[in-house]
Design a protein. Structure first.
Length: 277
């Protein structure tokens, strides 16, 4: 009798433990769990892109899709790495490579998507040609976005950079010629939209411009963005050949996706593969 009671108690304990374990797994993204997937994006245009251009297409393929929004640029990759989400959209190739290396993660970009470019904005001038000698320009105080600013200004003939400088890390010290004697004022990227009112020119990254309800097409010039700065859809390296990964690439490559971008994301620069097909 004691053996029977013990066996019943053991069975109840096993069932209870199994139930507890199952509840934890339900909170995680799982590509193979009845096609339920979680996609993460930074709040703003890229979570909107997931909602408008990717989620509906996945649902047509039979997926149950949940969009998870993040307010920083760290947690989307942490969540992807630990399996809380199945894919994310918020970062470019340089960022994901550095982040993966520094945090010992294996994350892989699947495909680049149209991305809001940096722009040079002004409430004082209506064109780059009007810029006066000694004009002030606010620029991002982080090295990556500052380098992007200097490359834009060089493309417009306002400065000339040392040809031997590394494009990804070029800085003010690499300026060989400053034709307009521009005065550079580095500030926090989040403050750049407001600086349009005080500075002669302001270099504003696309995501910050959109967050401040600025119209990308109001820029005097928009960045001719290299693909390495365009955002991408990312998964864990272990899932880069999964059916979900293949479906995500197929959706982004579809003409319907580009049509939604043209209609809903005006001013976003398209990657080379989309422009050249």
């Amino acid at each position: 009798m004691k053996k029977i009671i013990f066996s019943i108690m053991l069975l109840v304990l096993v069932v209870a433990l199994a139930a507890c374990g199952g509840s934890d797994e339900e909170t995680k993204g799982n590509v193979d769990n009845d096609n339920s997937v979680k996609l993460g994006g930074s709040a703003g245009p890229y979570s909107d892109m997931l909602k408008k251009a990717i989620k509906p297409a996945l649902e047509e393929k039979g997926y149950k899709v949940e969009i998870v929004e993040f307010s920083d640029y760290i947690q989307p990759n942490v969540a992807l790495n630990d399996g809380s989400i199945d894919a994310n959209l918020f970062q470019h190739s340089i960022y994901i490579e550095n982040f993966s290396k520094e945090n010992d993660m294996e994350l892989t970009g699947l495909i680049t998507v149209p991305t809001a470019p940096m722009g040079i904005y002004s409430n004082k001038y209506k064109s780059i040609e009007e810029v006066k000698d000694g004009a002030t320009i606010t620029i991002p105080n982080d090295p990556v976005n500052a380098a992007r600013t200097f490359l834009i200004l060089q493309d417009q003939g306002l400065i000339e950079l040392d040809p031997n400088a590394e494009p990804l890390t070029v800085s003010e010290k690499d300026i060989k010629t400053n034709a307009k004697n521009l005065v550079f004022q580095p500030i926090e990227a989040g403050q750049l939209p407001r600086s349009v009112d005080s500075a002669d020119l302001a270099a504003v990254p696309g995501n910050f411009a959109l967050a401040a309800d600025m119209n990308l097409l109001d820029a005097l010039i928009l960045e001719n963005m290299p693909d390495r700065y365009r955002n991408l859809v990312a998964v864990t390296t272990a899932n880069k050949d999964s059916q979900l990964a293949k479906d995500l690439v197929e959706i982004v490559e579809a003409p319907e996706f580009e049509g939604i971008i043209d209609a809903e994301f005006e001013g976003f620069g398209k990657p080379e593969w989309m422009e050249n097909r």
